[in-house]
Write a protein that binds this ligand. Structure first.
Ligand SMILES: Cc1cc2nc3c(=O)[nH]c(=O)nc-3n(C[C@H](O)[C@H](O)[C@H](O)COP(=O)(O)OP(=O)(O)OC[C@H]3O[C@@H](n4cnc5c(N)ncnc54)[C@H](O)[C@@H]3O)c2cc1C
Length: 423
């Protein structure tokens, strides 16, 4: 009999497997797809590395520091800050502590006021030293309300916060709980924003290797169709897959939220989606003067952001070629071609000195479920790790918050709960 059956080989399931195996448990991961990683994965198209949507790792995440060997991931860092773009206008907003060379440019930036810049520094002082666990605590308010309460101008909110934090939360209206802002702001200040040289898929690949080294087994291409505590025998659980029935002492459900809710019946699991469309653009070698900074669309939502991927990580594109990704939030009905045209038009208006005739569309990822919705107060209604009946435990970002940090932390917490209950 297996000690613990883990359903789902995303970040949460892989971390749970490693920690369970580290505690001496016989752990088996069942992953529906042929590859692990869930929402974090990469593929190769014509020599370009395409992540599933625009995703980055914050090296400040405590769980990432604990679970990953950063050196072996060969990380490539974005420059702090962003380029704010609108037709025939671009400006740089950088972090003066970490990119001193841009101090003058940032100081002259008129897209945000001097008061805003000073407030950013004050906010940084207030949040950067805080215990990460307490960053979610605070009054019930949205990101927009929080920024207003701090005194940020509408200009700052619309030109910078809406596209930047809207890009992180996939919600340009900034209705997401302010705790998500505080956490990500602190992480941006504490560490770097990076991608592995081989693509974001290198993160789950490393987690899977570490889980196997610890003794866990990963059965990919195996979907779990049901979990039942009744009839499995004393204190046990049966896990039904396409081909077999496995009996285990415990099961950890680390799937996407909708499947977790279906498998366990736990109603507190939030399944409302935040969505986006990411398009990958290739062109000849060209340096847009944003360097390694992302470009924010201050004027319009299409696209919300453009990321200079191959400038940050040259390995993402063949020699002599440039790879950009452009992300539009939500579930736009426009065709791939129409969205691509909107992106190219935006680039042309932001960079009138460049021609973009050679830009080609490599791929379009329409991601219906990227994150679960995190409205004000969502943390008070999250399901507990032991919410299901019987020896069934929950892991997955939906038990904490929708991010790499939330997913990885949930895996550790679930494995510890299983190990403690079984001992
Ligand atoms: C486009 C996009 C951008 C993002 N940007 C960022 C970012 O920049 N920074 C950040 O921190 N976070 C980001 N996130 C969020 C982050 O990727 C997720 O929070 C995290 O990956 C969730 O991991 P998970 O293990 O909880 O769930 P998932 O990744 O959803 O993993 C669940 C796994 O369960 C498997 N599964 C489902 N059903 C079954 C079944 N019946 N049987 C077996 N297996 C099953 C799935 O195939 C999947 O592998 C982004 C997400 C997306 C999609």
């Amino acid at each position: 009999m297996t000690d613990v059956a883990i359903v789902g080989g995303g970040l949460a399931g892989l971390v749970a497997a490693r920690h369970a195996a580290d505690r001496g448990l016989d752990a088996v991961v069942f992953e529906r797809r042929e590859t692990v990683g869930g929402r974090v994965r990469s593929r190769e198209v014509d020599g370009y590395t395409l992540d599933r949507g625009f995703q980055v790792l914050f090296t400040g995440y405590p769980a990432a520091r604990r679970e990953l060997d950063f050196d072996r991931l060969d990380l490539r860092a974005f420059s702090p800050g962003a380029t704010i773009a609108r037709p025939a206008h671009r400006s740089t907003l950088a972090d003066p502590f970490r990119a001193p060379g841009t101090l003058v440019e940032s100081a002259l930036n008129t897209d945000v006021s001097l008061k805003d810049k000073l407030l950013v520094l004050r906010l940084r002082r207030a949040l950067v030293g805080e215990d990460p666990e307490t960053l979610f605590d605070g009054p019930d308010e949205s990101i927009r309300e929080y920024l207003r309460r701090w005194g940020f101008s509408e200009r700052f909110v619309e030109n910078f916060a809406a596209p930047f934090y809207g890009g992180i939360t996939l919600d340009r209206s900034l209705s997401t709980d302010a705790g998500v802002f505080r956490y990500t702001f602190a992480m941006l200040s504490r560490g770097k924003t990076v991608v592995p040289a081989d693509g974001m898929g290198a993160i789950p690949a490393q987690l899977a290797a570490r889980a196997r080294e610890a003794g866990a087994t990963i059965e990919s291409g195996t979907a779990v169709t049901g979990i039942a505590a009744e009839g499995a025998g004393d204190g046990a659980v049966t896990v039904e897959t396409d081909g077999e029935t496995v009996t285990a002492d415990a099961a950890v459900v680390a799937t996407d939220p909708a499947t977790a809710r279906e498998l366990t019946g736990v109603e507190a699991i939030r399944t409302e989606a935040r969505s986006c469309v990411t398009q990958y653009l290739a062109m000849g070698e060209r340096s847009l003067d944003t360097g390694k900074r992302i470009i924010l669309n201050a004027d319009d939502e299409r696209p919300n952001t453009v990321a200079p991927l191959s400038t940050v990580a040259p390995e993402y594109a063949p020699d002599g070629r440039t790879l950009l990704s452009a992300t539009t939030l939500g579930t736009p009905e426009a065709s791939d071609e129409a969205l691509f045209t909107a992106v190219r038009d935006a680039l042309v208006t932001w960079y009138p000195e460049h021609r973009f005739d050679d830009v080609e569309l490599l791929a379009t990822d329409r991601i219906e479920f990227a994150q679960f919705d995190q409205p004000v107060g969502f943390r008070d209604r999250l399901p507990g790790v032991d919410a299901p009946e019987g020896p069934v435990y929950l892991a997955g970002d939906y038990t904490r918050w929708s991010a790499i940090q939330g997913a990885m932390e949930s895996g550790r917490v679930a494995a510890e709960a299983v190990a403690s209950d079984l001992s």
